[in-house]
Design a protein around this ligand. Structure first.
Ligand code: ADP
Length: 268
């Protein structure tokens, strides 16, 4: 089993001829609502890869939260540790894309920011019994640390997608096996993979981990949003189901490439 501790967001997306300057209004195309958030994206990717999956996170006490809970449950993800947060909206990302495909994004974390150590400890039994706990950084430090602590004490493998970049104690990075980052993130953390377990995704060139490099299958990308999440989810699933590092890397690059072939972060 994979336990994912992370975020769930609704992505509100529109396309504009050009980005507005501060104070300016620009008319956009029809609004598209998609489900995203790194935690949910990765949980669904791990499930798609065949692992048993549970998600630990927070949604708002609103229609978006209800719909998200139902969608995760429909996909076969255990939502018993997905907490509904009274009086707080579900996390939302406002995404504006211009004609060149350049995006500008504002994330209102909403319920995700309320995920705390108590929530993670309530899922302690699940994490202790899991093969892999998969964590990203769209949730607060307290929740990240609690997940890492429980995993370390129980001997559960921690896979840490250290994204988006934030200050992290080096000791936390060292407990992950592996830390999964893309190239700009690896540079930001100064991670080279020499002295610890680091898996670096290389976009269309695939990924590398511990001296093994896997090429990505050739695809024609439609939208690369969520490619890194599909990669991390599939990697965790393969490791949880007993795959070797090499097999896991192969499965992960294939899942990452596939995720570039549909619009948005999650398959429809
Ligand atoms: P992120 O999306 O987090 O920035 P990358 O761009 O490194 O991360 O992509 C993550 C993974 O998605 C890659 O390891 C690869 O498997 C897949 N991928 C991304 N872009 C492409 C592409 N153009 N062609 C094939 N696979 C891709």
């Amino acid at each position: 089993r994979v336990v994912v501790v992370g975020s769930l967001n609704v992505d509100l997306v529109t396309t504009v001829p050009r980005h507005p300057a501060p104070g300016e209004t620009v008319l956009g195309a029809d609004l598209v609502r998609l489900r995203g958030g790194k935690g949910a994206n990765q949980a669904l990717a791990a499930r798609r890869a065949g692992a048993a999956v549970a998600i630990v996170g927070r949604i708002g006490d609103d229609a978006d939260g209800d719909a998200y809970r139902a969608a995760m449950a429909d996909a076969g993800v255990d939502v018993t540790c997905l907490v509904t947060t009274p009086g707080v909206p579900t996390g939302t990302a406002l995404i504006v894309v211009d004609r060149e495909g350049e995006n500008a994004i504002v994330v209102a974390p909403g319920a995700n920011a309320r995920l705390d150590a108590t929530d993670v400890h309530a899922a302690g039994g699940l994490i202790e019994a899991a093969d892999v706990v998969l964590v990203q950084l769209e949730i607060g430090d307290e929740a990240v640390r609690a997940a890492a602590d429980i995993a370390e004490r129980a001997g559960t493998r921690l896979v840490l997608n250290a994204s988006p970049v934030r200050d992290l104690p080096p000791a936390l990075l060292r407990t992950a096996d592996p830390v999964v980052v893309n190239e700009p993130e690896a540079a930001a953390y100064g991670l080279t993979g020499g002295e610890q377990s680091v898996c670096i995704t290389l976009g269309g060139r695939g990924a590398t981990w511990g001296g093994t490099t896997a090429a990505a299958p050739h695809v024609t990308p439609v939208d690369t949003t969520g490619a890194g999440d599909a990669f991390a989810g599939a990697l965790a699933a393969a490791l949880a189901t007993g795959g070797s590092a090499v097999d896991a890397l192969d499965a992960a690059v294939a899942a990452g490439a596939e995720a570039t072939t549909w619009p948005g972060a999650q398959p429809v």
